[in-house]
Design a binder for this molecule. Structure first.
Ligand SMILES: [Zn+2]
Length: 270
């Protein structure tokens, strides 16, 4: 292949990868995935992701945040710990944070409180933020609207919503992450219709591995575990959907992800 990709959302510290992470990372490299952003979903997992990034300089960067599912675990020390993590050059952005009312593993009011606290941290540090939203569009938008003017950048990772929701996010000048959801003939085909509304400088791709194995991969993998080496499948379907050559979409999404995740690493917050 003649492209170099950035997987902007991969849960490399998930226990699904514990036994064979080196092989997983080797296959990613062989598939053209040059950089992986390891998602931090809890304070402890964010430390693990940071350690992984330290072990693989220039290949793995990490995020520091608390996923809405785990909002109930937050306490008076959470934001200070995330601030500490974000002072390290390997930690690219704040997140994963947001709202998820699909399963409400944490109560909605607790989710809102800690989502806003993390957005405020990103504003304080002038870092981009990596966002998760599921079935919580109105409340999510309300919180983001309050802070958007002071946030340098924000990406909705694993976007799965409708065209109207997409337009609302683009109106707020958000970046959009597309996963293998777009390959899912049961629930993701609408994404193939609307992904061309995302400007190239706002569009990025991700696997969200070990979740969301692209259903279009042939031959079908024996394991249901997704991994970053399958990112080219997302690239192919996105490229076909937007009607641009694969190499072009690869270059565009990599340039967009480099600007989003890696610029801040060289530049101290102003
Ligand atoms: Zn997520």
């Amino acid at each position: 292949m003649n492209y170099e990709l950035i997987d902007i959302g991969v849960n490399l510290t998930n226990k699904a990868f514990r036994a064979d992470l080196d092989d997983v990372m080797g296959r990613a490299r062989d598939a053209g995935v040059r950089i992986m952003i390891a998602t931090g979903t809890r304070v402890e997992a964010s430390w693990d992701a940071y350690e992984l990034a330290r072990k693989h300089p220039g290949v793995v960067y990490s995020t520091a945040g608390v996923h809405p599912h785990h909002a109930s675990d937050c306490d008076g020390k959470t934001i200070a710990e995330l601030r500490d993590l974000c002072s390290r050059p390997e930690v690219a952005v704040v997140g994963e944070c947001g709202l998820d009312y699909n399963r409400n593993f944490s109560p909605p009011d607790v989710q809102r409180r800690w989502f806003e606290a993390q957005v405020e941290l990103a504003v304080e540090l002038q870092l981009p933020v990596f966002l998760h939203e599921r079935d919580a569009h109105a409340d999510f938008l309300a919180i983001l609207q309050r802070h958007r003017a002071n946030l340098p950048a924000a990406v909705i990772h694993c976007f799965t919503g409708t065209g109207d929701v997409l337009e609302a996010y683009l109106d707020l000048d958000l970046h959009i992450g597309i996963t293998g959801w777009i390959c899912d003939e049961r629930r993701g085909l609408h994404l193939q219709e609307i992904v061309d509304r995302i400007p190239a400088n706002r569009l990025m791709i991700e696997t969200d591995a070990p979740y969301l194995l692209p259903r279009t991969i042939r031959p079908k993998p024996k394991s249901r575990r997704n991994e970053p080496s399958y990112l080219p499948e997302v690239l192919q379907v996105v490229a076909r959907s937007v009607g641009r050559p694969v190499e072009q979409v690869a270059a565009e999404t990599t340039a967009t992800a480099t600007a989003f995740f890696l610029n801040g690493i060289q530049q101290p917050a102003s």
